[in-house]
Write a protein of this length. Sequence first.
Length: 367
Amino acid sequence: MQKIITGENSYKQIGEILKNEKVNKYMLVCRPSFFKMGLNEYFDSLDIPCVYFTDFTVNPKYEEICLGVELFKKENCDAIVAVGGGSAIDVAKCIKAFVNLPQGELYFKQKLNDNEIPLISVPTTAGTGSESTRFAVFYYNGEKESLSEKYWLPEYAFLDHTLLYSLPQYQKKCTLLDALCQAIESWWSVNSNEESREYAKIAVEKIMQNYKGYIFENDPQATKEIMLGSNYAGRAINITATTSAHAMSYKMTTLYDIPHGHAVGIGLANIWDYMIKNPQNCTDSRGEEYLVKTFDDIAAAMGCADAIEAVKRYKEMLKELDIVGPKATSEELDILASSVNAGRLKNNPVALSKDVLYDLYQNITQR
């Protein structure tokens, strides 16, 4: 069972946890912004030796993760602390999973087994929810790889909303959209249950009620609520996984070099609009009537009268945040439509053919 600790400077309990776990040396996975924020001062003050691993990009590559695995082994580390956004936490999960596997064959193609390496997460963005999920994403040969293991859930997640204050505004927008899309997709996923829907509802309400104060005013209470909303969104997709908006986002991320949250955010509006107009193509075993009610429930959580108004409200939100789609050539549209992971689409409550995907991408990439 994961322990979630909230509050300002809550991460400063990590030293005591490492002592209780009898850790001799730990790896701290982070991006360069970690040092700009001055967070290293606390970790450098601990009695337990620390090895920093920072050699990975925002959309982590498999080869970069391998460097982390090699460093972990070379330095004889026995615990991992991840401080950062989804990329740092996902890299940490992969290092934990790969470190005891034999070299030679691709790590992610081998059977992954649990191990006793403690994993602690401190998110510094509000968006991915990775601190509370069993998933990790990275790229190999330009293609997205997504792995899921139940033991990848970090033992501890420290939610300190004050770590969000210094985020650039564009990064705030992208990560916030990722969290909102996670919550909405989880809610309508064919895998949803009562628990996941409750998490998703809390996430949608918190995000919609507080995003303006968070993005435009850096309001402390709004920031706190957004961080909690992001975590609830993560807990929701930990049960259901994501659906079409995420499945359609990954190739846009690599093809146009845009952040994941940006790609997901621009896709959701058109996908949502298509689904509420085509409920007869429902794939959820609970039926079309259930799906229509789900769309209305999501709308209510957004403060809207119905699903049509909710889609309109979401599109207005994208304009407000100045998040727009890239321009795509016909060749690129073919690439995008062919790239979508069929397995991820199985979670979607409405069937999407390749022709529909092409049309959706065409709408997404229109200015």
